[in-house]
Design a protein around this ligand. Structure first.
Ligand code: NDP
Length: 378
């Protein structure tokens, strides 16, 4: 196939006349091969929606390092901040959108994917607006604050014919992927006894801008929504992505009543699976914990603290400590998702998985309120 951008015959002949015949043959062959070669694959254009802490400190910097996607635009409520991002990341100002102008993105070929990074209860509306603009969607965790909202997002993406994935970075992290493999391939038999926890000590004074996490309307809940979703994810990984059939739950004591006026300070719950496996779980906004241990009849696997943070997780098994390379989680996730999309492969972190986890969260809150065992409608 002839490249439409190949040099004109005249200019090429003149240039060849100035070099030796052998070199000319070699060069002509190379030129013709280059003209026939497919163009290098285009990096997919990502627009970050919501330029807060995670977008600024992790996702933006990761998009400088990704091989298969790049930062092509932003959606923000603060136009001046958008201009600064355009200067820093070298994209045109026409690629800055507001939440109310996203429909105009439909005609912009620079942007393939919108990555939603706003407070939890706003995710669903943002995702639906992105889908309506014909863009693929990556939604941060938790996908929404109710399973009904997740259904609306899934339906909007299906209708628009765009892909929906959830920002579950750990699925693309090698130690965690190995933990998944051990479960999927039943290396030690099914994991039947699982313990997992995740939390951090929230400090309302240190980062006041991100304190929507303590506002029920914006966050949808407390540490269960924010940190507990990693625990639910990891436990489901240990069960080869099965959903639990039922949960029980109990809110922890409130030790900081001035801080936790709307959301729980901590919560403990159990997840029961169809094969009889039980997971004992904990999430907290007042405790620096992050780990999972899963035991089967023929062995065990454990991701030690800080299993779910941005650092390299430490994987230990009953056979030893396997080696896997350290990766930047966000780079691995963004490139992984871009490659899945370009190859037309199903995602390992699809919207349906995000919906499963939100349905589990709803059941856990219902169990904590009722004090009883609640079946999960995942
Ligand atoms: P921030 O508060 O730092 O940023 C949220 C941004 O959303 C704001 O800066 C703002 O951007 C935009 N926004 C739009 N509407 C509102 C509103 N009503 N109130 C506040 N902000 C609003 O939050 P984070 O970046 O820490 O978290 C954002 C999302 O990312 C959450 O869903 C969280 O769970 C998830 N997250 C995921 C992580 C992971 O490891 N996967 C890690 C950290 C967070 P602008 O000014 O540009 O409009």
């Amino acid at each position: 196939m002839k490249s439409p951008r190949s040099d004109s015959p005249v200019s090429r002949r003149r240039f060849i006349g100035q070099i030796s015949a052998a070199a000319a043959v070699a060069l002509a062959t190379r030129v013709s091969r280059a003209a026939d070669a497919p163009p290098p694959p285009r990096k997919l254009g990502v627009a970050l929606l919501g330029l807060g802490s995670y977008a600024t400190n992790q996702l933006g910097p990761a998009l400088r390092k990704t091989e298969h996607c790049r930062l092509a635009g932003v959606v923000t409520g603060d136009r001046e901040k958008g201009r600064k991002w355009a200067r820093d990341y070298g994209f045109p100002e026409k690629n800055i959108y507001g939440y109310d102008t996203m429909a105009q993105m439909a005609g912009n070929p620079d942007i393939d994917i919108v990555y939603v990074v706003t407070p939890n209860s706003i995710h669903a509306g943002n995702c639906i607006a992105a889908a309506k603009a014909g863009k693929h969607v990556i939604c941060e965790k938790p996908m929404a604050t109710s399973a009904a909202d997740c259904d609306d997002v899934i339906e909007a993406c299906r209708e628009a014919g765009v892909r929906l994935t959830v920002g579950y970075r750990l699925h693309y992290e090698p130690h965690t992927a190995e933990f998944c493999r051990l479960a999927k391939e039943n290396v030690y038999g099914p994991f039947m006894r699982i313990n997992s926890e995740n939390g951090f000590a929230i400090d309302p004074e240190a980062r006041p801008a991100t304190m929507w996490r303590l506002d029920r309307k914006l966050a949808g809940g407390g540490p269960l929504m924010d940190m507990g979703v990693y625990v639910i994810q990891a436990v489901c990984m240990a069960k080869a992505e099965a959903a639990p059939v039922a949960v029980t739950s109990k809110f922890g004591p409130v030790t900081l009543p001035k801080v936790f006026t709307e959301v729980e300070e901590s919560i403990r719950w159990t997840m029961e699976f169809a094969d009889g496996a039980v997971a004992k779980c904990y999430a907290s906004y007042n405790d620096q914990v992050s780990s999972i241990r899963a035991e089967a009849d023929k062995g065990w696997a454990e991701l030690e603290y800080p299993a779910f943070y941005y650092d390299e997780p430490v994987l230990k098994t009953s056979q030893g400590k396997p080696y896997f390379p350290k990766v930047n989680h966000q780079v691995a996730q963004l490139d992984g998702m871009a490659l899945e999309l370009m190859a037309g492969r199903p995602s390992i972190a699809p919207g349906e998985m995000g919906r499963r986890d939100v349905a589990v969260i709803e059941a856990i809150y219902a169990a904590a309120k009722s004090g009883g065992r609640v079946e999960v409608k995942a």
